[in-house]
Design a protein around this ligand. Structure first.
Ligand code: HEC
Length: 186
């Protein structure tokens, strides 16, 4: 989504974050920083708020900024998963692995009920999506957001691009099992 015109514009760094000069948040941030020198507390809060909004916008339109500046970690792109074998009954060891990864890497944005936090709640996700879709959303999120209409629709609703969480294939399989458990599969 990042156009050539965007790329060629000069960039500035504010608090270690790369900002393009044509970003509408750029001038706001500059103003805030200047004003902060006079009224520290109130304006720090404002700055924080603006930073959050700016971050959301940047994530939505420029994955490159996200990867290189915010995450500062190497991306592991899995290959597209075409087929997932489900286990009946549920594999409890996998459920446990999934729970651990969820607590560590997903719970900041996803609830286990139907409530949306940053991303959608997970209740019912295993009946709404195929296992393959879910696994790819976990291990190939960039691919999904670039090519899958359902994923793109969610991105439009949530306005935040789900970051690549560098989840290993067996951990992703564990998360799927944990989601099935959450949806009452036995
Ligand atoms: C920074 C917030 C954030 C984190 C952390 C996060 N996600 Fe997401 N997730 C989202 C957003 C936002 C969406 C909706 C798609 C979009 O906007 O990119 C989403 C969508 C999803 C979906 C599709 C849900 C549906 O209803 O179809 C799945 C599955 C998912 N995430 C799994 C995970 C897993 C597994 C983890 C942890 C390893 C995780 N996410 C971590 C923000 C996050």
């Amino acid at each position: 989504m990042q156009s050539v015109i965007f790329k060629d514009l000069p960039e500035k760094y504010i608090c270690g974050i790369k900002i393009k000069e044509n970003n509408i948040f750029y001038s706001l941030i500059i103003k805030t920083v200047n004003a902060m020198k006079q009224k520290p507390l109130l304006l720090w809060l404002l700055a924080l708020l603006l930073w959050n909004c700016g971050g959301a916008e940047k994530r939505a339109e420029s994955p490159e900024t996200d990867d290189s500046v915010l995450l500062k970690q190497e991306e592991i792109h899995g290959t597209e998963v075409k087929k997932v074998d489900l286990s009946t009954p549920l594999n409890q060891a996998m459920v446990k692995t999934g729970q651990e990864i969820y607590d560590m890497k997903c719970s900041a944005c996803h609830r286990l009920n139907s409530e949306r936090l940053v991303g959608p709640g997970w209740e019912g996700v295993t009946s709404k999506r195929t296992p393959e879709w879910i696994i790819n959303m976990i291990t190939n999120v960039d691919m999904m957001l670039e090519t899958d209409p359902e994923a793109q629709k969610m991105l439009e609703e949530c306005l935040v691009r789900m970051p690549n969480q560098n989840v290993e294939p067996d951990q992703a399989r564990g998360i799927l099992e944990f989601m099935r458990n959450n949806d009452g599969v036995k």
